[in-house]
Design a protein around this ligand. Sequence first.
Ligand SMILES: Cc1cc2nc3c(=O)[nH]c(=O)nc-3n(C[C@H](O)[C@H](O)[C@H](O)COP(=O)(O)O)c2cc1C
Length: 179
Amino acid sequence: MSGSLRKGSYNTMLLNVAARLLPEDMEMNIVSIAELPHYNADLDLPDAAERPAAVATFRQQLAEAEGILISSPEYNYSIPGTLKNAIDWASRGTDSPLLNKPVALIGATPGGFGTVRMQAAFLPVFVFLNMKPVFKPEVLISHANQKFDEQGSLTDKAAEELIGKKLQALRDLILKSRP
Ligand SMILES: Cc1cc2nc3c(=O)[nH]c(=O)nc-3n(C[C@H](O)[C@H](O)[C@H](O)COP(=O)(O)O)c2cc1C
């Protein structure tokens, strides 16, 4: 999932780059967080059928995934509210599709620090949900405004290689986590 709803989002572009770099035996579906309402515990009912339709669909899409790749900007040194809202909707109940799940986090910014503070802000979330983060290699795309061509391909080949390695590490973790 992308943490940005912006049409020209570097992070959505990064997600599309990752989709092209997937190991052969992996499949990726991009899940949108655009239609989710603001989190409201009154609507977060234990029966999935009673949750808002967009929430039920989102949770179902995550439940079908053996692992999650998140590509997100950093907003005010942290997780964008829109993305945190999506995580919150998916996080509740013993049927949360986030619990114990392998996850890889990457990010892009026109700034110089590559979303490192957003990625650090995710750590307590991963801990609380007992998720299995792929820590290495870190994918921190700084100066993103200079790193994509017209077709949305990454021109920074070293960064592209890191994304490939991150996906490989996510794949290995998924395989290890299978019952
Ligand atoms: C509300 C807001 C807060 C931001 N805070 C940061 C920040 O803390 N660090 C950073 O590197 N960029 C920050 N930016 C700039 C974003 O990195 C930039 O808008 C980026 O293009 C967003 O990602 P996207 O291209 O995927 O939409 C902020 C942008 C917005 C709109």
